[in-house]
Design a protein around this ligand. Structure first.
Ligand code: ZN
Length: 196
């Protein structure tokens, strides 16, 4: 056991509590905990938060064990993808994107439902873990989101992981050093996943 172990342990314990501290700040926003399914961008940001939170906490728990610690690298990528999509929606200053946050959230929603529908199209019925009727439901969801998205005037086909690195680079240019590090972390994590 190295001399630094107690400090690392304390840091990991603090890292586990971080989402709770974030929750305590949420009440200041004065937002209702219940939201409509089409309450964009809040509902999209909430989905991204759930995805990011689970990946973040899973990564912290993996670091606790020396046998699993390296696999935390995989989850960094998932957290940064959620961060990039949230940054795109929020259009953090001085980044400037035309259209409203609600409009931009629909680009993310379209990418998410399109990714799921594309996956279902590829899988044969005996590889599905759900009732095959799920195909009809998800296809209808994609069409509904596509209609809402196209009504915003955007011509994109939905945001996916191909948009993540450019968004992180935009933020790094606009905001500075901490984001420049994230560009490198995302590239490293992406490569690591492909190699292992
Ligand atoms: Zn779009």
């Amino acid at each position: 056991m190295s001399r630094s172990s107690p400090d690392v342990g304390e840091a990991l314990d603090a890292a586990v509590r971080l989402p709770d501290q974030f929750d305590s700040l949420k009440s200041r926003l004065g937002k209702d905990l219940l939201m409509r399914w089409d309450d964009y961008p809040d509902v999209t940001l909430h989905k991204l938060e759930i995805l990011a939170r689970s990946a973040y906490l899973a990564g912290v728990y993996l670091i606790h064990n020396s046998h699993t610690a390296y696999r935390a690298e995989d989850l960094v990528r998932a957290v940064l993808e959620c961060l990039a999509h949230s940054t795109y929606i929020a259009s953090l200053p001085p980044l400037s994107y035309r259209r409203t946050p609600a409009d931009r959230a629909l680009c993310v929603e379209l990418g998410m439902v399109k990714g799921l529908n594309d996956l279902l199209k590829k899988l044969p019925n005996d590889a599905l873990m759900q009732d095959p009727a799920v195909r009809t439901v998800v296809a209808a969801d994609e069409q509904a989101i596509k209609t809402l998205h196209n009504a915003t005037g955007c011509k994109c086909t939905g945001r996916d992981d191909g948009n993540v690195a450019p968004t992180l680079k935009d933020a790094a240019t606009a905001i500075g050093p901490p984001w420049r590090t994230l560009v490198g972390v995302y590239a490293s994590s992406s490569t690591f996943i492909r190699l292992c």
